[in-house]
Each structure stands twice: as C-alpha cells, then as structure tokens.
Design a protein around this ligand. Structure first.
Ligand code: AMP
Ligand code: GLY
Length: 425
C-alpha cells in the first residue's frame, strides 16, 4: 500500500523512514519532503497546505493512508478535507486540532475536565489585561497568545513589568498577528518539563514512552526558545508510576472531554507537562508528533508504524497488539544553521553525511535540507539535521550521536553539547 507523509522536517523524515520499513507499505510519498525523505521514498512538490492538490495526488496514486506531520495543516482542517474525499488520514479533525490551535479552548477544556494545569485568566481586551496585572500581586506569570505562533507566542515573565510588556507585544503590537486577539495570563509553574505523547483513536489510548525536549538554544538551557535542539527517550524523570498517573488523570479525562465536546480526537495527543511539587500539570497540548521528540521515539519503535497509524485512522486501536519498544534509550542531537533561531543563511553544502551514517546505531534524520548540484546536500532551514542514536544507556546513546555529529560539517554548523545530560540530574 502507498502512504503519503505531509511535511518537510526531521519528524517527517523519521516517520517516512519507519513507515518504509513496514512490510505492508509499497511506497512512501512525502509532500513536500526534504533530501532525507527522498532517500526512503519519493518527494512530491506540493505544499502541506495545498489541500486540493494533495487530495488529487492521493487519489491518483492509490494512497491508502495520509500521515500529517505539522500542526498548521491540521488546524486548517486537512483531516476533514481528506475524509470528505473518502481518503484515510492520520491526524485530528479541525475541531479537535483546536486543542493546539487555541490556547483558550485548551485551557477551558482542561478546567472542565479537571485536568491539572496552571491557573489562568483569558482576556479579549488589552486594557482589562493591564488592569488585572496592575491590581494583582506582582508574581511571575506567563503571557500567551491564543493562536498558533510557531511556538513563539508564549512569554515567560519574571515580574509585572515584563508581563505588561508581553501584553503590549501580543495584544497591541500584534507581534504574533491574529493569534494575539485573545490573551491568556497564567500562573508560572516551577519544575521540570517532560513530553508524554499518546496515540488515540478517540476511544483507546496508547501512551508512548516519555521523551524530553531541549527548547532553549544553548547549553545549560540558556538562550532563546527554539523548535527544539535535541531530545531523548525514555525520560527517567517520568517514572512508571507517574506515567500511570498521567494516563489516568491527564490523557483519559482529556480524550473523554473531547468526545463529550463532540470533537473526538484521533491522532497524536502530545502533552507538554511541568512536573511540579504537586505533581504533573499540563502546560500545553499539541495535536501531532513533537519535532524532535519523534526522532528518538521512531528509533525505539519495534512494531509496524503503518499498522498503528492505520488502526488509529480506522478507529480499531483496541484490536491491535500494543506497540513494542526497544529497551535501549535513544538520543537525538539537532545540528542547526548559524544564527538560528534568528536569521540564518541557506544553501551551505553539507559534508560528512556518509561517514556519519557509518557510526553504529545511528540514523541521521534530515530536517532543513535540499538537494544541490552533483548529489550535494545543502542546508535549507534553521534546524538542519537530527543525528539520532540508540545505546545501552543514555550516556552511550549520547556518545554515539555526538560521534556521528563530529563527522558532519558545513559553514556555520552548530549544536548543543549537552543533549540528554538532564536525564542524569
Ligand atoms: P507552551 O507552548 O505553552 O508549551 O509554552 C512553551 C514553553 O513555555 C514551555 O515549554 C514552558 O517552558 C514555558 N511555559 C509555558 N507555560 C508555562 C507555565 N505556566 N509556567 C512555566 N513555564 C511555562
Ligand atoms: N519539540 C516541540 C514541538 O514539537 O512542539
């Protein structure tokens, strides 16, 4: 059977790589893809938001399942459009994707479902938000734009002055565009973060092993926020007992609340959690695999990804065996372009990919790459590669990943040197 993966990042290369290993999959198409997805399948030059063209392509090429990577097409309703056209799709409907597309919707659902999350208030008027901040005690808060803002619409504030500035930026200067029409102001939580992803068909919930992202650009969790500079799985912070608690008190009530709200959730439910002194609390939901969390997870998945995703799309997850995971941990180190997450140049030739691929237990997932002349691979984004390894322990997987990283060079390449060190803290 043929599969179509939508997107062009490291997550999509990891998904396409794993789908191509399924004995039931004949061909993996990726739209628009990158040079990594072209190694395991065929790239299709259609943008992730061009639904009519994607649907036409899927019909003409006997695509049995479409797997949507990024949030933008999901929030724009790609799953609904595919289903209307009689095509099977892995990913939530537009109504269900609001869990990521609107922080106000997400917070209200969490509150109604009694799922632990930071206390919050919603404001539709900047003046009201300013009055609220001036009148309340001067405590750290987090100010969030309601809508999608490429992960940037969240401003963590140490005090009132910073919060007032954040409200101005979101609500009056519209730094994040229409995403700032509503503003959430919430209590700032302290603790350590972890990501718990689950696959659900709206009824059965399969939690995946916990993973840990590294959102800040520089070592020691300093510098600006990024899409994620590396990840590892499992996350020892999330013990088996905590995982059970998260399933019972976070995942199950959320999936049930979505069903009650007539927005049944099918796809990946990704809980960004803060593990506080009072236990895990939800920071946000995403409605897709995390990038780069997907890369270490796919390295550890032993079962057939196609079976799992097709069963989700067909709402029969209760009928398949639970997925099996490699016991060995996995670490993904993101190599980025000079200047990222700010401005960066593209088109730098990448050297050493073949040498890196020879390091045992390593996969180099491409993210921002494009094909150049004479078989060259060129940089084409901020996050360029996700060098991912499995190992007998987290330090061993880290060593293998960085051994491969050392083989790869381009003008301006850099990465964090401390990915996975927090696993040992
Ligand atoms: P979000 O997109 O909501 O996950 O926010 C991005 C990042 O902002 C999170 O990964 C946290 O590091 C931080 N953050 C969001 N909400 C809070 C909160 N209530 N307290 C502390 N940090 C937060
Ligand atoms: N790595 C965080 C995300 O995918 O949103």
């Amino acid at each position: 059977m043929n599969v179509l993966v939508i997107g062009n990042g490291g997550r999509e290369h990891a998904l396409a790589w794993k789908l191509a290993q399924s004995p039931r999959v004949t061909k993996v198409f990726c739209a628009p893809g990158n040079t990594g997805t072209a190694l395991v399948g065929q790239n299709v030059n259609i943008e992730a938001t061009d639904f009519p063209k994607l649907i036409k392509f899927a019909k003409e090429n006997d695509v049995a399942l479409t797997v949507v990577g990024p949030e933008i097409p999901l929030v724009a309703g790609i799953a609904d459009e595919f289903q209307k056209a009689g095509l099977k799709v892995f990913g939530p409907s537009k109504a269900a994707a609001e869990l990521e597309g609107s922080k106000v919707f997400c917070k209200e659902l969490l509150r109604n479902a009694d799922v632990p999350t930071a206390d919050y208030r919603v404001f539709r008027s900047v003046d009201r938000a300013v009055t609220y901040l001036r009148e309340r005690e001067d405590v750290p808060v987090v100010v969030k734009a309601d809508g999608l803002a490429a992960g940037k619409g969240v401003i963590v504030c140490a005090n009132r002055a910073e919060a007032l500035d954040a409200v101005e930026r979101i609500g009056r200067q519209f730094e994040f565009g229409d995403a700032g029409k509503q503003i959430v102001i919430e209590e700032r939580l302290d603790g350590r973060e972890a990501s718990v992803l689950a696959i659900t068909d709206g009824q059965t919930i399969i939690a995946l092993p916990a993973a840990q992202d590294h959102k800040r650009a520089y070592d020691g969790d300093t510098g600006p926020n990024t899409g994620g500079m590396g990840a590892y799985s499992p996350a020892p912070l999330v013990t088996p007992e905590m995982m059970q608690w998260i399933e019972a008190h976070v995942l199950v009530p959320t999936v049930h609340a979505m069903k009650r709200a007539r927005r049944p959730f099918r796809g990946v439910l990704y809980a960004g959690l803060m593990i506080t002194n009072q236990g895990p609390k939800v920071l946000e939901y995403n409605v897709r695999f995390g990038d780069p969390e997907c890369q270490p997870l796919m390295m550890r998945l032993k079962s057939d990804l196609f079976e799992l995703l097709l069963a989700t799309a067909e709402e029969r997850l209760d009928q398949i065996d639970p997925p099996e995971w490699d016991e060995r941990p996995s670490v993904c180190v993101v190599m980025a372009s000079e200047g990222y997450p700010g401005k960066y140049a593209k088109g730098k030739p990448i050297r050493g990919l073949d040498e890196a691929a020879k390091v045992p237990d390593v996969q180099v997932f491409h993210a921002g790459t494009a094909a150049g002349p004479d078989g060259q691979v060129l940089t084409d984004g901020g996050r360029v590669l996700g060098v991912t390894a499995v190992g007998s322990s987290i330090p061993q997987a880290k060593l293998s990943a960085y051994t491969a990283v050392k083989q790869i060079r381009w003008d301006g390449a850099w990465c964090r040197k401390d990915i996975s060190d927090k696993a040992n803290q």
